[in-house]
Write a protein that binds this ligand. Structure first.
Ligand code: NAD
Ligand code: ISE
Length: 338
């Protein structure tokens, strides 16, 4: 069985997902694309083997009866409308993070999905599919080194595009660490505090870069995330969980460590595409397989909602300078297992 997918937004990650859907994954074909930049959509479509239809709008693409399932890779503030339209059409939708940029928008998506009585939404928190994070979670949940106490994390971007704002350090970058924290400890975030270290001389005007984001889990575990967007030297993702009887940490992403002339070293990934290439492949293959089987898999609309609420709380904590409690709606029954 081949799933015909329509992709909305063919920028950086849209094109990367189209490449894997077309050349890497199985059981899927890119049948339609669209973008507000229609020239870009036409250029991308022209390079694809199955001559996908170029739709004038995301709404037209979702309504196309030849499109079995939808991938949303447009800018965050546009996600809500497309996800709601896909739910209304009864089509499975994979939405890149964030699910939506406000708590209210995420809540509307949750309400719409709950009203259908089945899961139709999957959110692109691909770290859950990364081999290293999965190995770390297996150790943490296996209990072999005791109960978790603290997690140290770092999310260092080499640089970011001009449209990137200071708030996005939290709601575009740290949102991944927020999802990892919820997933790693099967727990919700109870409070967020944001500390502002000395500002990097490379930071743009108005940017607090780096930030130290402290996530207090309901269990009492504390996750500290050092987040920066001007690291310069490469894309560096770190994680270490400290437990009562030991620690578990992510290894270096470089495939090989080279020793010579009294030194050792390896490659630092250029960006998220390189660091998480296999996680993205695994995430989308799992989604395609689930869609072919008549359902979905992966992080849910509830996970998207919870991450956005934690991000909004983080932005409040950045502004207030004090610990801010996280307040969430009750988790609907549809998501009790997610
Ligand atoms: P981008 O700017 O490179 O691409 C976005 C594309 O969407 C552009 O081509 C733009 O013209 C198009 N677009 C904007 N509004 C649209 C609309 N209303 N309808 C249709 N198309 C529209 O951005 P990007 O880096 O590819 O990011 C896209 C999304 O993917 C963001 O939500 C971002 O947070 C997410 N993302 C996730 C990861 C990850 O690691 N999971 C990595 C990068 C980006
Ligand atoms: C980007 O949008 C991503 O999602 C990457 O995974 C993240 O590392 C980066 O900071 C974001 O800008």
């Amino acid at each position: 069985m081949t799933i015909d997918v329509g992709v909305i937004g063919v920028g950086m990650i849209g094109q990367d997902h189209i490449r894997r859907l077309t050349h890497v994954l199985s059981g899927v074909r890119v049948a339609a694309v669209t973008d507000v930049d229609l020239d870009r959509a036409r250029t991308v479509a022209a390079d694809l083997p199955d001559s996908p239809t170029v739709h004038d709008s995301g709404e037209d693409l979702i309504a196309d009866p030849r499109v079995d399932a939808v991938v949303v890779t447009s800018w965050g503030p546009t996600h809500e409308g497309y996800v709601l339209a896909a739910i209304a059409a009864g089509k499975q939708v994979f939405c890149e993070k964030p699910l939506a940029t406000t708590e209210e928008a995420c809540s509307r998506i949750v309400d719409a999905e709950v009203a259908t009585g089945r899961r139709l939404v999957s959110v692109g928190f691909m770290r859950r599919y990364d081999d290293q994070y999965r190995a770390m979670k297996a150790v943490v949940t296996g209990g072999e080194i005791g109960s978790a106490l603290v997690m140290h994390a770092a999310h260092r971007n080499p640089s970011v595009p001009d449209f990137f704002t200071s708030d996005m350090i939290i709601n575009d970058s740290t949102v991944h660490d927020i999802d990892v924290a919820r997933w790693m400890f099967d727990d919700e975030i109870a409070a967020v505090t944001v500390l502002k270290p000395r500002v990097s001389s490379k930071a743009r005007d108005g940017f607090h870069d780096p930030l130290l984001v402290l996530l207090e889990m309901a269990s009492g575990v504390i996750v500290d995330v050092e987040a920066s967007v001007n690291a310069g030297f490469g894309y560096d993702i770190r994680g270490e969980v400290v437990c009562e009887d030991g620690t578990v940490e992510l290894s270096e992403a470089a495939g090989a460590i080279v020793k010579g002339a009294g030194r050792f070293g390896g490659r630092v990934p250029t960006d998220w595409r390189e660091r998480f290439v296999r996680a993205f492949d695994a995430e989308l293959q799992a989604w395609i397989d689930a869609v072919a089987a008549g359902g979905t898999t992966g992080p849910s609309a509830w996970d998207g909602y919870a991450a956005t609420v934690a991000c909004e709380t983080g932005l409040r904590a950045l502004a207030s300078g004090v610990r801010e409690p996280v307040t969430m709606r009750e988790r609907p029954d549809l998501y009790k297992e997610s």
